[in-house]
Write a protein that binds this ligand. Sequence first.
Ligand code: SF4
Length: 325
Amino acid sequence: MSKPLVKVKDLQKHFPVHSGMLGRKTGVVKAVDGVSFEVYEGETLGIVGESGCGKSTTGRLIMRLLDNTGGSIEIDGRKVSELSKQDMRAMRRDIQMVFQDPYASLNPRHTIGKILEEPLIVHGLGNAKERKVKVSEFLKIVGLSDYHINRYPHQFSGGQRQRIGIARALMTNPKLIIADEPVSALDVSIQAQVLNLMQKLQKDLGLTYLFIAHDLGVVRHISNRVGVMYLGRMVELAVSESLYGEPLHPYTQALLASVPVPDPDFTREVKLLDGDIPSASNPPSGCTFHTRCPFKMERCLQEVPQMIEVKQGHSVACHLYDGAQ
Ligand code: SF4
């Protein structure tokens, strides 16, 4: 396997909760609570979980759009928290983000040409002529044409807008793309086109992806490995074939069971998830999944399960596998 481009160790992000007239701090929301993983050069790591599990916060922490409360992030061998403002600015060229809602992330008053040129201006890359050539080149790379340059975001379909969002992310020749639910707002037929485009770009440009989604179905074909998060923690991390072929954590099993199967004779053996994800400001004790887990034991209410590698390339945090039930 290639070398890690990103190393995340025991990452934490706690948001204070304030209430009352005086706005006193009355608690914390542990949005990310001790997450560790690596993203290897050239791979796609999918991060999946329900809304509120901390997956998007993790992406934003790596981008340093948020500061972490604890733990560390290393990118290309350098600790992000130790970088000067100037070094961080330079590093931002190497890490770009693609957002869920391309319409909200594209300035409606700017033409596509201007939107794509902006990252080059911000990072002082090229003169006006060179920037123009690059804008035109990247429009074509994502399947659009030169004549789109003077159009505005509202003149494009959702799928085309996401292509523009991807082109904008590519303008600075990044190494890592953090894609936060990049196809969730698109029709299913368009989702496949955008995913295919992302896969082609990865191959052609040697990109590394951190692909965040709420649905295991979406990341299946694009991810080399997949991490499943629940209430701020990673509960399972495995190479794709292993995770989809033999999901170990009861939460992963339930998430997989909720992916639609186009077969009328198909019957499910795994029960779908009951209830909502509990509040991160008042998480359940022990294994935070115990309030929804069909296999919970006494121990699960007391002890937080740790990630253990059950077989090569497949780790899980669940007392069913730590040999001391
Ligand atoms: Fe279920 Fe216990 Fe495993 Fe948590 S540790 S997933 S409650 S069996």
